[in-house]
Design a protein around this ligand. Structure first.
Ligand code: ADP
Ligand code: MG
Length: 350
């Protein structure tokens, strides 16, 4: 009889492949599989299951499974260093026993939370330009329909709001493109010096507007002497485009921007010839350390108003980080003595 019970439990537990126990009418653990031992401890057999989970609805759920032949699910949070969320399912077994499965929902729920936060953020970012556009449209259709001055004043604002929405959507598309490629390492050999030269050329006009000078220094005299990295040139262009744009936007007006190429260096300062490092440096207010670690989060900005007025969406560094992850590269941001340095390290192609 007991043998048959054990065999049935084992078959079911193997099929379900989750931490599972069998309890009797009083809720005492009779059998458990390996997963349950690992989760709840090796000493659970013969103990009251309720003692391990302490759930206010456990007794009634047990009762339902025994008397009404009905499955009940309980949500349960296990307080560990990082709390874990479980779904506990109690299913009737044979009228005298109840089969209990503990399903770990932690990962699923954190993915869901991240997704819903993301949707909330995107909606928030889109709402304000949209509200402002609707307001202007209403004014131009109504009270200011024939007011030429109002047209001249409002239309450029409307255009810049529309462009803001466009940039946000472009950023989101970039981010999702990079995420989709995340697990496919890049295969081309790319010359970082050529990338840096190109990016500087396209940004120098913007820098002049803020009276800034961009210069490039390198341990390798020419592009031809610069070691190649394994990479995707469009993505790496996007990385340095974002970093240089940030230096121009957030650096001091009239300050110098330097892009420096050198062999990689670790935190202790030792050089590594298998990596190449590009530092993007600008002078500007020192970034407080509590911000630095969060700058690569989507939509994180130190000063939202300033970023907005500069045409930022807060996605640039998130995109940079994703691209570098795909490249097995590293990003490091330091800021001290009114000097900010964003440093990118990439492995040299063999
Ligand atoms: N070189 C820099 N100097 C100072 N702050 C910077 C620099 N680069 C980035 N930041 C800060 O990091 C934030 C996030 O940057 P980013 O992700 O590129 O978004 P965005 O530029 O769209 O605001 C910026 O809003 C700014 O506050
Ligand atoms: Mg940016």
């Amino acid at each position: 009889m007991m043998e048959e019970l054990v065999a049935r439990f084992n078959n079911l537990a193997r099929l379900i492949d989750q931490p599972s126990v069998l309890v009797d009418q009083r809720g005492t653990v009779i059998l458990a599989n390996q997963g349950a031992f690992e989760l709840l401890g090796q000493h659970i057999a013969g103990q009251s299951f309720e003692g391990f989970i302490r759930h206010p609805d456990f007794v009634s759920a047990l009762h339902m499974a025994l008397t009404q032949d009905q499955q009940t699910d309980l949500a349960y949070t296990r307080m560990e260093q990082v709390p874990r969320q479980f779904e506990i399912r109690l299913a009737p077994f044979d009228g005298k026993h109840v089969f209990i499965v503990l399903i770990d929902k932690t990962l699923e729920q954190s993915v869901e939370r991240i997704q819903s936060e993301f949707v909330a953020n995107v909606s928030h970012e889109l709402r304000s330009p949209l509200t402002s556009l609707s307001g202007f449209i209403e004014t131009l259709m109504g009270p200011a329909a024939d007011d030429k001055q109002a047209h001249e004043k409002f239309l450029p604002i409307m255009q810049s709001e529309a462009m803001r929405m466009q940039r946000l959507i472009d950023g989101l598309l970039s981010l999702s493109r990079v995420e989709a490629e995340a697990h496919r390492p890049p295969s081309d050999a790319v010359n970082l010096r050529a990338i840096v030269d190109e990016v500087v050329a396209t940004k120098s006009h913007m820098a002049e507007g803020r009276h800034m000078r961009i210069s490039i220094t390198s341990e390798w005299e020419t592009a031809a002497q610069t070691p190649l990295v394994r990479g995707d040139s469009d993505e790496l262009l996007e990385v340095f485009h974002n970093l240089l744009e940030n230096a121009v936007k957030y650096g001091d007006e009239g300050g110098d921007i330097v892009l420096a190429l050198s062999p990689g260096r670790d935190l202790a300062g030792a050089t590594h010839d298998d990596r190449i490092r590009v530092q993007v440096m600008n002078s500007g207010p020192t970034i407080p350390p509590q911000h630095i670690s969060r700058l690569t989060e989507r939509f994180y900005r130190i000063d939202e108003g300033r970023s907005r007025s500069m045409g930022g969406s807060g996605l640039g560094l998130a995109i940079v980080k994703h691209i570098l992850n795909r490249h097995r590269g590293r990003l490091r941001i330091t800021s001290e003595n009114q000097q900010t340095c964003v440093s990118v390290t990439l492995p040299i192609a063999k």
